[in-house]
Design a protein around this ligand. Structure first.
Ligand code: DGY
Length: 333
């Protein structure tokens, strides 16, 4: 008998058909995520779950779904999953790294540039019919090339952004991360590690790319914003909650920060009303990885992980909890 699988949201039909060849499928073919009770109910008797970054997978859910063996996400971020609770129950968890790195870095860089060069603000002005004449300071923004790019969180995406800044725009790059890059990596990226406070003081353009964890909650709040230059920009493509959005809106409104580019928000899809009221912020609906080829690749990687775990008995390629793999292997023997 085929193992059974719940696909918890609308995804590309090609991936669904690929999975249908291997699994007894239940597909929630909808963009509105299942509420926790409905998710638990739909998972009854299922061994696999194809999920995104929005379904909450915690101990309460796992306890209701004792047959679940693998949770495979199509996103790289996995702060919606309690990995320890999964490991304790022998449930494999995978995410989707690498396939979205360059695409997400492209977007982060574009968002930073849009904020610095006031692109959406000036477009709204033009569309509103307010463009009457050429002016020497019309939407004069912040310089990008040659200015200091500060990367907070130097994982794969942070490095890809640093590479763009260093090689493409001649930007001195500084970064802060728990672990430092090797000397060779720093040389390739032209990047220098700084303590967080010094990074914030040095930044002309701060790009935030850290995972969201209890340790990174409000990593940038009032005190951190106070260290930044009033001419600087802040771009967040990490997760809502890493930045204190209310503090950021105050800094933008009071001219303590020049501009911001935000793709992620605390409590999204709700956006802080004071951010919506600021003109010097570019707001996008969590789309940094959204190109068709990349979103397809993310879906396919989640499918690869499910097939490895539940069909082939192989270690899933992007497994997050190898301890659970050892447990599940021991149980299978
Ligand atoms: C990710 O993959 O984590 C992106 O932020 C999409 O949610």
């Amino acid at each position: 008998m085929k193992p059974s699988l719940l696909i918890a949201r609308k995804i590309f039909p090609e991936t669904v058909e690929r999975l249908r060849a291997h699994f007894a499928l239940d597909w929630h073919d909808d963009d509105v995520p299942l509420a926790p009770a409905a998710l638990a109910q739909r998972l009854q008797g299922k061994q696999g779950l194809f999920a995104s970054g929005t379904e909450r997978i915690d101990a309460a859910l796992l306890d209701q779904c004792p047959e679940l063996r693998a949770v495979c996400l199509m996103t790289v971020g996995y702060n919606n999953v309690d990995v320890d609770a999964c490991s304790a129950r022998g449930v494999l968890v995978s995410n989707a790294p690498d396939v979205l790195t360059e695409t997400t870095a492209d977007f982060g860089f574009a968002l930073m540039m849009a904020a610095a060069r006031r692109i959406t603000e000036s477009e709204h002005f033009l569309r509103a019919g307010r463009w009457r004449d050429w002016r020497v300071d019309l939407f004069a923004g912040a310089e990008v090339h040659g200015r200091t790019l500060a990367v907070l969180g130097m994982g794969r995406i942070g490095q890809a952004i640093a590479r763009r800044g260093h090689h493409g725009f001649g930007m001195p790059v500084v970064y802060h991360n728990r672990s430092r890059l090797s000397a060779a990596q720093e040389a390739e990226l032209g990047a220098r590690w700084l303590p967080k406070d010094e990074l914030l003081r040095a930044a002309d353009h701060l790009v935030i790319v850290t995972p969201y964890t209890p340790q990174t909650h409000h990593l940038v709040a009032d005190a951190e914003l106070a260290l930044m230059k009033p001419t600087a920009t802040l771009t967040n493509i990490a997760r809502g909650g890493v930045v204190d959005d209310a503090a950021l809106a105050r800094a933008l409104r009071e001219g303590r920060l020049a501009a911001a580019g935000l793709d992620v928000f605390e409590g999204e899809p709700t956006v802080h009303p004071e951010l919506l009221a600021c003109t010097n912020v570019v707001l996008t609906p969590h789309i940094a990885s959204a190109t068709v080829p990349t979103r397809r690749a993310m879906c396919e990687l989640a499918a690869d992980n499910l097939i490895a775990a539940l069909i082939d008995g192989r270690e899933p390629p992007t497994l997050l909890n190898p301890a659970a793999w050892a447990t599940s292997r021991a149980a299978a023997r």
